[in-house]
Design a binder for this molecule. Structure first.
Ligand SMILES: *Cc1c(COP(=O)(O)O)cnc(C)c1O
Length: 370
């Protein structure tokens, strides 16, 4: 196949020469990490951009999730979604917490609030929902349940950078929200992540936990971890942030292209946006329904044959991995919607620099013209 490979995503890289001055500054200051000037500046600029009060940067989203759970002293059981990236479940296991999987809503593909209460036990201390594909969860319904049972909410908001609802950033919801700045995400710092904190006291506590639990030179108050973002990563974030509006605008154009081109293809269902006033177009999931001439996996392989690497996010379900599948809540019968979606979903390539000819290749294969 002579056509160039097209991946599901590709990071946006600003012109290299624009990164050099940041590196020069780091070389000059000789501050490489531990909350240096780039780190402080990025926290400030992200608060402004996202419209949140307090943010604590991390070296990746997974360590941020681990620390968010630790900081809220979450123990016992946590209700979560099987339809996510495996880090959601793993962050619970790393804290010695038992994940309890609850099925998703067929429309939003997020945790179904109507099914949460039945999964609550005396051991339940928190709910960890995911704003899947950056589509907001039913935050009001989830909050109502958490308030009733006096349990915490930690949003895995890894997909939700820049997403807003009627009241502002979706990252303000829950006791804490966690974002990822991994290379594959809408906004990236190569590797990185953050916890959105409701107040300064929480942010300071989290700052201690991400620095081994140190509160001063000689005092360690908790078994913290090394979760600090380096100055290189933070400075790349500062540069990337200058381009974020054009990155999201370019993604929006791709989203619109797909939506208009895929409309009316029998058996192909585009997952609708729901609930947000500002989307981030982080993914472009379609569902391959039974009316389509190929199965999901056949379409996936056909695209691959043409050098187009779509991804089956999220297949398998988290609950299907070996460290989860023997749990009672992991049974297929408990998760029929998630199971069905995971067998039909395919995420198509979407990123700022994808070309019209690449997009046309994707679409014409799906249309069966190739
Ligand atoms: C990317 C992702 C994570 C993990 O973030 P990293 O920064 O890669 O550690 C967690 N949860 C979800 C839903 C993700 O997509």
């Amino acid at each position: 196949m002579s056509d160039e490979p097209v991946y599901v995503t590709q990071p946006y890289l600003p012109p290299l020469e624009e990164f050099v001055p940041y590196l020069e500054q780091i070389w000059q200051s000789k501050v490489l990490t531990n909350g240096g000037p780039m780190h402080q500046q990025l926290e400030k600029e992200l608060c402004d951009y996202l419209g949140v009060e307090h943010i604590a940067l991390f070296n990746n989203g997974t360590i941020a999730l681990l620390t968010a759970l630790q900081s809220l002293r979450v123990t016992g059981e946590v209700i979560t979604t099987p339809y996510s990236f495996v880090a959601t479940g793993h962050s619970l296991l790393w804290n010695g917490i038992k994940p309890v999987f609850v099925d998703i809503d067929a429309k939003t593909l997020n945790l179904d609030p109507a099914k949460i209460e039945a999964a609550i036990t005396p051991q339940t201390t928190a709910i960890m929902p995911v704003h899947c594909y950056g589509h907001p969860c039913d935050v009001d319904a989830i909050k109502k349940i958490a308030d009733t049972y006096n349990i915490k909410i930690i949003y895995d908001a890894a997909h939700a950078f820049g997403v807003k609802d009627d009241g502002g950033s979706v990252l303000r919801h829950g006791d804490l929200s966690v974002v990822s700045f991994h290379a594959t995400k809408v906004f990236n710092t190569f590797e990185g992540g953050a916890i959105i904190c409701p107040d300064l006291k929480t942010k300071q506590q989290i700052n201690h936990l991400k620095n081994f639990g140190f509160v001063d030179e000689i005092t360690v108050v908790a078994p913290g971890i090394n979760g600090k973002m380096s100055e290189i990563n933070a400075s790349f974030g500062l540069l990337q942030l200058k381009y974020i509006d054009s990155i999201i605008a370019a993604r929006k154009a791709v989203d619109e292209f797909y939506r208009s081109e895929l409309k009316g293809i029998f058996g192909i269902k585009v997952v609708e946006e729901s609930g947000q006033t500002t989307a981030n177009y982080s993914y472009f999931p379609i569902l391959v329904e039974s009316g389509y001439p190929l199965s999901r996996d056949q379409l996936y392989l056909k695209l691959k044959d043409h050098n187009i690497f779509a991804r089956r996010y999220f297949f398998p379900l988290i609950s299907e991995f070996p460290m989860y599948r023997s749990m009672p809540s992991a049974k297929d019968a408990n998760l029929p919607v998630a199971k069905g979606i995971s067998l039909r979903v395919l995420c198509l390539p979407i990123y700022p620099n994808i070309t019209i000819s690449e997009l046309s290749r994707v679409v014409s294969i799906i249309k069966g013209e190739k």
